[in-house]
Each structure stands twice: as structure tokens, then as C-alpha cells.
Design a protein around this ligand. Structure first.
Ligand code: B3K
Ligand code: ZN
Length: 847
């Protein structure tokens, strides 16, 4: 496979002034006619070549013409080359494609009889011959002919007849934002009036039968439109905004201009079928895709190396939205848990890459936690460094200056440099260096002065062998022994490898609260005594750091249990007992304080400390801790559970969800002591999926779920999304030694199908997230996963490659486990005709 380098970028020699497409739909023989107007690109340096290359894969060329004259281009598997005249010219072609056999779900494909598309990153080349690169932007007019009641494309409708629709999108866009949908769909409709008074029709198109699951998504869309006007001054720019729900989809959703396409799991919701977390995720994804209209569509990426330009910024924007709609501290804490769980693991393993990678073979492999989540952290740091006002001023300049552009990270940083007068050359290392910086701090106090000395060090990686010091914004506060604040949050700017900061005029020795709000994505080492941590846990004014101290106590106790066979730390148990019973705190915060570090997080921490994690020991320690917690809370669990029972009608809002999550944390403890009686009662009485599913999961985890599992299946067998939960839960709640066998048994269930990514991920996503189950000493889970990856790869390389990341941590474990994983990695790699996607992933993982 060919490696593509950022440093090789050159502009395309032509501009595309307009694109006309005509689709005649047919499951196995869809015809696509195109008429494209090319002109020499003034931005291209050098003479315009006399041959032109167009991408095109898995499409049959029927005919091609330049300026009306038939031609015979040279075809390869990747596209065509043909001679072209010197000035502007028109290209016409007709091709045939086979959407019904497109199991890769990229390009034009079919899902339950409906046609839909997924073009990002490089799927448009499977639809017609085209310069399929994001810096080629054009105005598209699209005609769709087919026997379906609903025929959609981007932009505004121009002609709507029986079996024919013509669409025009006035905004120039790259081909990856093209979309087409045709099918027997029903619309849930509404409208929105923008800040300048534009009336926008909103439709959420779903399969008949799903109408009742649209209201929440529509509400989230309207809230997103309003929020982007209020906070970023960004207005919607078409008369119509359509969202379509599709069952077969490789990821969450796609921001196609004016026609977002969503995995049905990322948009369909109802209280009976969706959990609180589902609702929150749907709201965030709807916002994310909508926000792309400005950060991604109006301003797009010059090339795929700039992916974080749109993804990091859009994730940052959707996290701001969720903070505003729900609870900001809860959102921040959840994001940090997620970052540490996924991005830190990526950054410390063989897949480590900079937020802006410098080379790739298959770009689909770079839609990663590093590009998305670390990319968002980088934006957050920038905002912390320049301040809120300067941030929004820079964003205004970005939108004005680059509207209509295919931009770069250099463009982005320049806007900040110009509007703030700062030099961001060193800051740019956050985009170019892989690896998570380790930040350690020592503090000393003399007379009235506190000195904080920080040292930063980033472990070298294949991607960044010689990391240089980064600019680290360190938000700091100081808390006096009496619990009052000695210093409100101040942001220290660390730029050197080692740097000291002094705070004078202090009345007493304070406890430093470092890295408030998790102001930088680093691993912090701060030798605080348990007493100081307990002090911050009680008095820190920063909600993130309060939570963090509790987390550190939990970690420390669990690590001692794992590595030294220690007992659960009574001080930790007393500490969480105190916060959990503190009714001055909101229930969501209390629940977060109770949340235990996951097995994967503990494995990452052990690995960071140079110890090979023992999955069985980690599992056992968490179990022992859960038992100790059940004892510690025996006096209050039932009361807290009762006090947080929601008696009003189900609402997916943060307040109710917070009460449920706290109540269910208590239910988990109760279930360890009452043989599942309370959980069974909750299951039987539940009028919403959240409470039903949590109760079921607890019963299954306690080995008492068989009867309810059957009842659940019977109740929900016709609901695809709920059945995904049923599949996943059985794997995630299995005992470690049973996880692989459970997954294998479920693949034999008549409702299992590996060609539907949601169903495949329900089983195998749950298996790889079951740390002790996946890494069980038998190695059975490795073999089972490898078998299925080999089966899926020829059908759906993207989903296969993504799932391969389960093996990215292989070098962490002891030599037996390593050998078992390596054998499976090698076995998959030896499969004939393995896709480029999977080959690249496993080759990098193997190292
Ligand atoms: N931009 C898409 C992701 C496309 C992934 C292609 N493999 C969704 C999003 O980030 O909003
Ligand atoms: Zn995105």
C-alpha cells in the first residue's frame, strides 16, 4: 500500500466550476451521469498539465466525453487518466454502480431497501469519476430518478415530481459532503426561524414505524441551531435541513451539507427504548453534525491531514453545548474519563500519532480519539491561554476570513496569532507531537511563599522520537487549611522542561489545587498526602479537582489491592460515604464521586508505572472493592435509593438522569446483598428503558438474569436498537471466563448479523471492552475476535479495521498474553487480500 505524506501536498491543477449529476436508481445497476466544468486553477503553480487524473473505484465506465467528443481514458483500479485541452473544458461521463452489493457501506449503498451514501473521507470516488479531494470545492446540482416516495440530496429542492427530484446546493463543497437518499421514508417535520428571519424547514426522515422516536432529536436540532447563533453568531444557510436515520452505518453520523445521515442509534429515541446515556449522546451528536455546517462545511479542510481542524473544533463546540444544556462539571468529568480511557491508551501504544498526522495509508484509520478528543483539548487549551473574549474574537476572524476555504492548521493558528498578538510557534507542537506529556509538580513553602516546580516530559514514540517541551496551561488554585480560598484560579503558562512559579503574601501554608478543570491533557504526578487530598476533596472550589482527589484515592487503594494484595482503604470508603450522603451536592455529582476507575483505566495506569497489568487481578480487586462498598453503604443504600427514585413522568434531562444514576449506584450495592430482589422489582415496575436495562444488567451480573433476559427478548425482539442492548449486555455482564463463550453463543443467535455494524459492535465491542473477559488467560476471546475480523474484512474493511484497535495494547501484558495476541494479529495479517484498512492498522499495531 502507498503512503501519503502531508509534505507532498500540491493543489489540484483545475478548479471545478460546477457539477451536474443524474442518478437513475437501480439496486444492481444504478446509472450515474455527470457533467463537470473544469478550468485551470490559478492557485496551481507551474504549467497546467495536459493529462488529468480522476479518482474512481469499483465503478464501471460506460462512456466519457470531453467537450462533447467521446474519449477512451486509461483506467486503473484507482481511477482514470485522460488527455485534456489547455483552457476550461467540460467532462461528461456515464458510469454504472451496484449499491445492493456494497457491503462496505461507503459510496452509494442500500440499507433495508433504501439508498443512502457515505462519502467521507474518500467514498465519492465509488459513485463517479471525480477529483475526490477536499480542496476541490464545487456547486452541485443533482437529479435523482427512482420509484421511491422520498428522493433527497444536498441543498434546496428545485424540482419535485413523481419519481424524480432535482436538488441544487448553492454552497461550494468538497465531494465528501455529497449525499443522496431514496426510500420509503416518513418525515417528522418542524421549522426554525434563524436570527435574521430565514425560515428553515426541518425534517427527520425515518422508516415507517419509527415516527415515535423523532421528537427528541428534532428538539436537539432546534436547540443546536439556536445555540450556535447565540454563542458563535453562526446562522444556518439553506431553506431546508434534513436528517435521515439509517440502520446500517459505519459510525455515528455524517454532516453532509443540508442532509445529515445518521446511524439510527445516534438519532432515534424514546423513553421506552433509550437510556439516559442514549439521550445525552444523541443530543451531542445532533449538535456535533449541525455545528459542522460552519466548522467543516463552510470552512473545510485543505487535505485529510487537517482533519482535526474540523473535528477537534467541532467536538470542542459540542462539548460546550452539552455543558450549557446540562451540567458543565459533569460533562467535563465525563470527558476526562473518556479521554483517559481511550486517547491516553492510544497515545501510549503503537498507534500513537500527532493530532495532525504527517502520513497515512488509509485515512479512515485516523478518525481517532487523538484527532477528535485530543484535538478538542488543544482548542480548550488555546481558549484557556488567550481567554474567552480573545477566543471568540479569533473565531469571528476565522469565520470571516476563511468562509468558503479549504483551510489548514496554519490558517487556524494564524488567526489567533493576528488577533491576539501571541506567537503560537511552540503551541503548535500540540498538533505535531504524539504522546501524552507527563507533568510532575513539587511544592515547598517558606515564610509566606509557596513555590511550585513543574517538570514536563513526553515519552518518545515511533511517531515522535524526540519530543520537545510543550506550552502547558496549568490552572492552579490554593486552599488554606481552614478550607478558604487563598488564591482564585490562575493559569500558569509552562513553556520549559522545568519551571517554577512563586506565590507570595500567603497567611498560612495552603494546599495547591493543580490542573483545575483538567486544563491540559497530561498525566499529572503530584505527591499530595492523603490528608491533603481529603482536604481538597472537601474544600476545593473547582468541581473537577474535587472529583479528581476522590478518584486518586480510589486509584491508589485499587492499585495497592492489585499489586500488594492490600485491603480496600477505609479512608477512601469513609470519604465516598461522606460525599454520597451529602445532600447539599447534586445527585449527579454524588454519583460521579462513587464511580470507580474502570479496569482499562487501571491497566493504563499500571502500564504507565512500568508494571504489566494482570487483568484477572484487576478484575478481582474491583470486585473486592465493590463488595467493600456494599458493606460500607449497607446503612444508607436503601434510603438513598428511595430518596432518588423518580416518581414524575420520565424526562431525559440532566436532573432526572442524575437522580437515576445515583439511585442505580445504590441499587448495584443493594443487589449484592438482597439476591436481586430490589433489582427485580425495579425491572418489573420500570416504565422506561434506563431503569429496565440497569436492573436487567445487575441481575445478569449477579447470575440471576436468565428469566428476565428471555422476557426482555420477547418484549423487544422487533426493536433493532433495543436488541443491540440485549446482545451487548450479556457479553459485558458475563464472568471473565465466560465472556468469549457468551459472545460465541450470541453469534449463533438468529438475530445476529455481522453485516450490520451496530449488531457486530454490540457483541464484539462489548467483548473488547470487557477487559478481564477479552484478556482472559485462555486467549479464547482473541481467537474468536480474530475469526470474525477475518470474516468481516472482505465485506466491511472500515468496521473491521476499527475493531482491530482492541489489539493495540498487546505489548502491555505478560509474555503469555502477548504471544497469544501476536499470534492472532499475525494470523489476520496473513489472510489473502486483506483490506488496506486492516493491513495498515495491524501492521502499525504489530510495530
Ligand atoms: N465526519 C464524520 C466522520 C466520517 C468518518 C469517515 N470514516 C462524522 C463526524 O465526525 O461528525
Ligand atoms: Zn465530526
Amino acid at each position: 500500500p502507498k503512503t501519503i505524506y502531508l509534505s507532498d501536498y500540491t493543489p489540484y491543477p483545475w478548479t471545478v466550476d460546477s457539477v451536474d449529476l443524474h442518478f437513475t436508481l437501480d439496486p444492481h445497476a444504478t446509472r450515474v451521469r455527470s457533467l463537470i466544468r473544469f478550468a485551470p486553477n490559478p492557485a496551481f503553480t507551474g504549467e497546467t498539465p495536459n493529462t488529468m487524473f480522476l479518482h474512481g473505484e469499483q465503478i464501471k465506465l460506460i462512456s466519457a466525453q470531453i467537450e462533447g467528443t467521446a474519449i477512451n481514458p486509461d483506467l486503473t483500479g484507482e481511477g482514470l487518466t485522460c488527455a485534456v485541452p489547455g483552457g476550461p473544458f467540460t467532462w461528461e461521463s456515464e458510469v454504472e454502480i451496484d449499491p445492493a452489493n456494497n457491503t462496505a457501506l461507503e459510496g452509494l449503498y442500500m440499507s433495508n431497501g433504501m439508498y443512502c451514501t457515505q462519502c467521507e473521507a474518500e467514498g465519492f470516488r465509488k459513485i463517479t469519476f471525480y477529483p475526490d479531494r477536499p480542496d476541490v470545492m464545487s456547486v452541485f446540482t443533482v437529479t435523482v430518478e427512482g420509484p421511491h416516495p422520498v428522493l433527497l440530496s444536498n441543498g434546496n429542492p428545485v424540482v419535485t415530481e413523481n419519481h424524480l427530484a432535482k436538488w441544487h446546493d448553492p454552497w461550494p463543497k468538497p465531494a465528501y459532503l455529497f449525499a443522496l437518499v431514496a426510500g420509503d421514508l416518513v418525515a417528522h417535520s418542524d421549522s426554525f426561524t434563524t436570527m435574521s428571519g430565514r425560515h428553515v424547514d426541518l425534517n427527520l426522515y425515518v422508516r415507517p414505524g419509527d415516527e415515535g422516536k423523532c421528537a427528541f432529536g428534532m428538539q436537539a436540532l432546534k436547540a443546536s441551531m439556536k445555540w450556535d447563533e447565540d454563542v458563535y453568531g453562526r446562522e444556518y444557510d439553506l431553506d431546508l435541513f434534513n436528517i435521515v436515520a439509517v440502520d446500517d452505518f459505519n459510525m455515528g453520523a455524517m454532516e453532509n451539507k443540508g442532509l445529515n445521515i445518521f446511524n439510527s442509534s445516534a438519532v432515534l429515541a424514546s423513553p421506552e427504548t433509550s437510556t439516559d446515556l442514549n439521550f445525552e449522546r444523541i443530543e451531542a451528536i445532533i449538535a456535533h453534525e449541525y455545528f459542522h455546517n460552519w466548522t467543516g462545511n463552510r470552512i473545510t479542510c485543505r487535505d485529510w491531514f487537517q482533519l482535526c481542524l474540523k473535528e477537534g473544533l467541532t467536538v470542542y463546540r459540542d462539548s460546550q453545548f452539552t455543558s450549557d444544556m446540562r451540567s458543565a462539571p459533569v460533562k467535563r468529568i465525563s470527558d476526562v474519563i473518556d479521554l483517559r480511557g481511550r486517547q491516553f491508551a492510544e497515545d501510549q501504544g503503537p498507534l500513537a500519532h500527532p493530532v495532525r498526522p504527517e502520513s497515512f495509508q488509509e485515512i479512515n484509520n485516523f478518525y481517532t480519539a487523538t484527532v477528535y478528543e485530543k484535538g478538542a483539548e488543544v482548542i480548550g487549551m488555546l481558549k484557556t491561554l488567550v481567554g474567552d473574549e480573545a477566543y471568540y474574537k479569533a473565531l469571528d476572524l476565522y469565520f470571516t476570513r476563511h468562509d468558503g476555504d479549504a483551510a489548514t492548521i496554519e490558517d487556524w493558528l494564524k488567526v489567533f496569532e493576528e488577533s491576539t498578538g501571541r506567537d503560537l510557534a511552540q503551541f503548535k507542537r500540540w498538533y505535531s507531537q504524539a504522546g501524552t506529556p507527563r507533568l510532575s509538580v513539587e511544592h515547598s513553602f517558606e515564610l509566606d511563599t509557596l513555590t511550585l516546580t513543574f517538570t514536563q516530559h513526553t515519552p518518545p514514540s515511533a511517531a515522535t522520537p524526540d519530543p520537545q517541551p510543550q506550552v502547558i496551561p496549568i490552572a492552579v488554585g490554593l486552599i488554606y487549611p481552614d478550607g478558604t480560598e487563598a488564591l482564585e484560579t490562575r493559569v500558569l503558562e509552562m513553556t520549559k522542561a522545568t519551571q517554577s512559579f512563586r506565590f507570595t503574601g500567603l497567611e498560612d501554608e495552603p494546599v495547591p489545587s493543580i490542573l483545575r478543570g483538567f486544563s491540559a491533557p497530561v498525566v499529572l504526578t503530584h505527591d499530595l498526602s492523603d490528608a491533603d487530598r481529603a482536604h481538597l476533596l472537601a474544600h476545593d472550589t473547582d468541581p473537577f479537582n474535587r472529583w479528581e482527589q476522590g478518584r486518586m484515592l480510589a486509584r491508589k487503594s485499587l492499585l495497592a489491592m492489585i499489586t500488594e494484595g492490600a485491603d480496600p482503604d477505609p479512608a477512601y470508603l469513609a470519604g465516598i460515604h461522606k460525599v454520597a450522603t451529602d445532600t447539599t451536592l447534586d445527585p449527579a455529582t454524588r454519583a460521579l464521586m462513587l464511580d470507580m476507575p474502570s479496569e482499562a483505566e487501571l491497566a493504563t495506569v499500571l502500564h504507565e508505572a512500568g508494571t504489566a497489568p494482570d487483568p484477572a487481578a484487576i478484575y478481582a480487586a474491583r470486585e473486592a472493592m465493590a463488595e467493600a462498598r456494599a458493606d460500607a453503604f449497607a446503612d444508607v443504600a436503601a434510603d438513598i435509593y428511595a430518596a432518588n427514585t423518580v416518581t414524575e413522568a420520565y424526562q431525559p434531562n440532566a436532573d432526572q438522569a442524575g437522580r437515576r444514576v445515583l439511585g442505580n449506584a445504590m441499587l448495584a450495592m443493594i443487589t449484592r446483598r438482597d439476591d436481586g430482589a430490589q433489582a427485580a422489582a425495579q425491572y418489573d415496575g420500570a416504565d422506561n428503558m434506563n431503569q429496565q436495562l440497569v436492573a436487567l444488567a445487575l441481575l445478569v451480573g449477579a447470575g440471576k438474569g436468565d428469566e428476565k433476559l428471555q422476557a426482555f427478548e420477547k418484549q423487544w425482539q422487533d426493536d433493532r436498537l433495543v436488541m443491540d442492548k440485549w446482545f451487548g449486555l450479556q457479553v459485558s455482564k458475563a464472568k471473565p471466563e465466560d465472556a468469549a463463550a457468551t459472545a460465541r453463543r450470541l453469534t449463533e443467535h438468529p438475530a445476529f448479523t455481522h453485516t450490520n455494524p451496530n449488531r457486530f459492535r454490540a457483541v464484539f465491542g462489548a467483548l473488547v471492552m470487557h477487559h478481564a473477559g477479552f484478556h482472559h488467560a485462555s486467549g479464547d476471546a482473541y481467537t474468536l475476535l480474530a475469526d470474525w475480523l477475518i470474516t468481516l474484512d472482505p465485506l466491511n474493511p472500515q468496521t473491521t479495521a476499527r475493531m482491530c484497535s482492541a489489539f493495540q495494547t498487546w505489548k502491555r501484558y505478560d509474555s503469555d498474553q502477548q504471544a497469544k495476541m501476536l499470534a492472532e494479529i499475525t494470523r489476520i495479517l496473513a489472510t489473502p487480500n486483506l483490506s488496506r484498512d486492516t493491513t495498515e492498522m495491524l501492521t502499525r499495531i504489530k510495530g
